[in-house]
Design a protein around this ligand. Sequence first.
Ligand code: PLP
Length: 450
Amino acid sequence: MSLRSHQLRCIGSGERIAPETVSSDFRDPASGELYEVEYPWSESRGDAAATNKPNASALRHLWAERRDSTLPIDQSGVWRYRDLLPILNDDAHAITLREGNTPLYDLPRNAKALGLDFLLAKHQGMNPTGSFKDTGMTAALSVAAERGYQWVACASTGNTSAAMAAYAARAGLRAIVFIPEGKIAWGKLSQSMDYGAVTVQLKTDFDGCVKMLTDMVKKNPIYLLNSVNPYRLEGQKTPAIEICEQLDWQVPDHVIVPGGNLANGSALGKGFGELKHLGFIDRIPKISVIQAEGANPLFQWFTNAEKMLHPVTADTRATAIRIGNPASWRKAARIIEATGGWCEQASESEIALAKAQIGAEGIGCEPASAVTLAGLKKLLKSGHVQTGERVVLLLTGHTLKDPEYTIDFHKDLLATDIPEAAPFRKPPIVLEPNESAVMRALEAEMAVKV
Ligand SMILES: *Cc1c(COP(=O)(O)O)cnc(C)c1O
């Protein structure tokens, strides 16, 4: 078996299938469970894996060398690591917008306020369409293009559709997106139109959009690009590699991720797990997932230690994680448990404050990303994070995705009930064009302590 070949392995039964035979909804027909991509060297292959392992130190050098290359696939922060995601028959088929390559920022003021020595933010909002979805989309959409599909589709709270529309346009494929009506940030909706997708606002929520689309792909030659598609996770595992590379192959102790449909935490866990299995790193960080209180089915499952997930009717202004029936919950639960992480929830007020605190460091993010900082505070309180730990927050989306939320926060229209938020509010000040009026405003500002 060549290094390039891969199989799909059902996460429930463990049964393996050839990639071309997968059902159009990417679920095992018998168990309804999802698949994951498995390579000849994957840990789940047991003995077979031992003889097929890629060489870690050779790859570290190769990946560093590719940084100097002018080839688009080498410049991509996903395809630079293509040796660990051999999902295409020909790498020349990769559709790339030079995704990945996102900065790892320090957050000194938040670290100090929380008594942490080491707090970093991996800003996946710095991807081409402004969210981490690009890293998964370049992988899965390239597979769609290589397999000869004409149409791709997704149900989305906004960022998946923005990413899919962009990559479909690059590939010359037609794209259809289903978005819940009236519950989406304008920045995201505008992107899907800008990139030329057929944009359908369905009069239902995200979970209703998924149901409709799943039925459609079973009857039509449309390639499904929701995160049930296991190739999305192959792209989304690459930030784990990038984080380790950026830290000179020192592993952080804890990575904190927002949880919506719960694929992203799962993907990062797969990435770190593969790096450890292949000998790039000697341990795996704890991975904790934070949900919004109004969309918290995994949190409920976790705290009740039940075996079944109970879907909820989701409601939160953090629209990217407004998901009540997450497809990848089982994958995420396994990663959290296997790594020793935890699941927490954050209230609307806690999210708003955390977003302002990230913004005040000159970084900014969309509300869904801010649950990571809000959750970190709780994990510190409960002892699931210790102050000596090296923590990385995964910021999933750019602040410009949802400017309406930011403006509502600063104009105090979010009904937050946290007094600490007050000093962060900077509503626009309307003044006469008169210097002394401006000076008075500046003096008032000087009196505010943050
Ligand atoms: C999609 C998304 C999430 C949630 O990721 P899942 O894989 O669905 O858990 C979080 N934040 C942002 C900005 C997103 O776009």
